[in-house]
Design a protein around this ligand. Structure first.
Ligand code: ZN
Length: 312
């Protein structure tokens, strides 16, 4: 089952289609699940269906023909807001790169917009992407909104870190779970994005069910030589990009790929459980230190050495 580009999420789409066809749409819904599996895409499709005058029954999308659908497709529906870093950058008239978290002022502004009556006469819909990025004051402001939303307002939150959302916010939301994608689906999504079949298959294998991560892997140069042992740990570390942001992203991908390879190696009986879990623990800690600004080259070097030690 797929709807408007959302693939491999039959269960989640069925729940959403059920909300639409029964006309019982919760006013606060949380799409949760791993990063890069289609939550934001599904939130857009669901929002389009909520705003459409005659959404096709049984699906999760707009009709594509009515005035609200045309406005939505053109990115100019007056009753829809996507509350994300770009929205905040626009409100604050700041650079996009500066928006590290969603602030209380951003949530309040979205609230004001959501409290006005619908310009096209239907619902008003807000999508809060990566809601774990809300600062605590912003999350509390959102909670107040979710406690008493105006009757025609629907708030859709997406998160790949549900554990980082306040329980009070979680308790207000109807949760819809998004699952990791199977490899075949990830490969197909990559092919649709123009990735060659060999690269798509390699990236899908190591992406842990995340099409977003697989795309990153294939676009940024995948550290396959690092895993296969063709590159030494020092070479792998030196091959990281020259600027810090890209080196950090590549290092994150390298750590993820090393963890996947350790899992595979344990499952296939090539590495004993104790060795694999010790190395996985060290690599996880290295991931934390990467987020705490430790040099990505040092992190990759140490992680590669750990993985080699476990495999030997
Ligand atoms: Zn429509």
């Amino acid at each position: 089952m797929s709807a408007g580009g959302v693939s491999g999420q039959a269960r989640a789409l069925k729940v959403l289609a059920g909300f639409l066809s029964s006309n019982r749409v919760p006013q606060a819904i949380l799409f949760h699940g791993p990063a890069g599996v289609g939550k934001a895409l599904a939130a857009g499709e669901f929002a389009a269906a909520l705003l459409c005058e005659k959404p096709p029954r049984g699906g999760v999308r707009g009709c594509g023909a009515c005035a609200p659908c045309a406005a939505f497709a053109g990115g100019r529906h007056p009753d829809f807001i996507r509350v994300d870093a770009a929205y905040q950058a626009c409100l604050r008239q700041e650079e996009l790169a500066k928006q590290k978290s969603l602030r209380i002022g951003t949530v309040r502004e979205a609230r004001r917009a959501m409290e006005t009556s619908a310009i096209l006469g239907g619902r008003k819909v807000a999508v809060v992407e990566d809601a774990e990025g809300l600062e605590i004051e912003a999350a509390n402001a959102l909670l107040k909104i979710l406690e008493e939303p105006p009757p025609n307002a629907v708030w859709i939150l997406t998160s790949s870190r549900r554990d980082r959302l306040p329980k009070t916010v979680l308790s207000r939301c109807a949760a819809v779970a998004f699952a990791p994608l199977d490899e075949e689906t990830v490969e197909r999504i990559l092919a649709e994005q123009g990735v060659g079949s060999e690269d798509a298959a390699a990236a899908a294998k190591d992406a842990g069910g995340s099409a977003g991560r697989a795309l990153e892997l294939s676009r940024r140069g995948y550290p396959r030589a690092l895993i296969s042992g063709a590159a030494s740990p020092a070479e792998a570390s030196e091959s990281l990009g020259p600027d810090l942001p890209s080196a950090r992203t590549q290092a994150e991908l390298a750590l993820f790929a090393l963890r996947q390879e350790l899992w595979r190696s344990w499952k296939e009986g090539r590495t004993p459980l104790a060795e694999a879990s010790r190395a996985l623990g060290v690599i996880r800690e290295l991931g934390e230190s990467l987020r705490a600004n430790v040099d990505p080259k040092a992190v990759v070097l140490l992680a590669c050495l750990e993985a080699r030690k476990a495999a030997s």
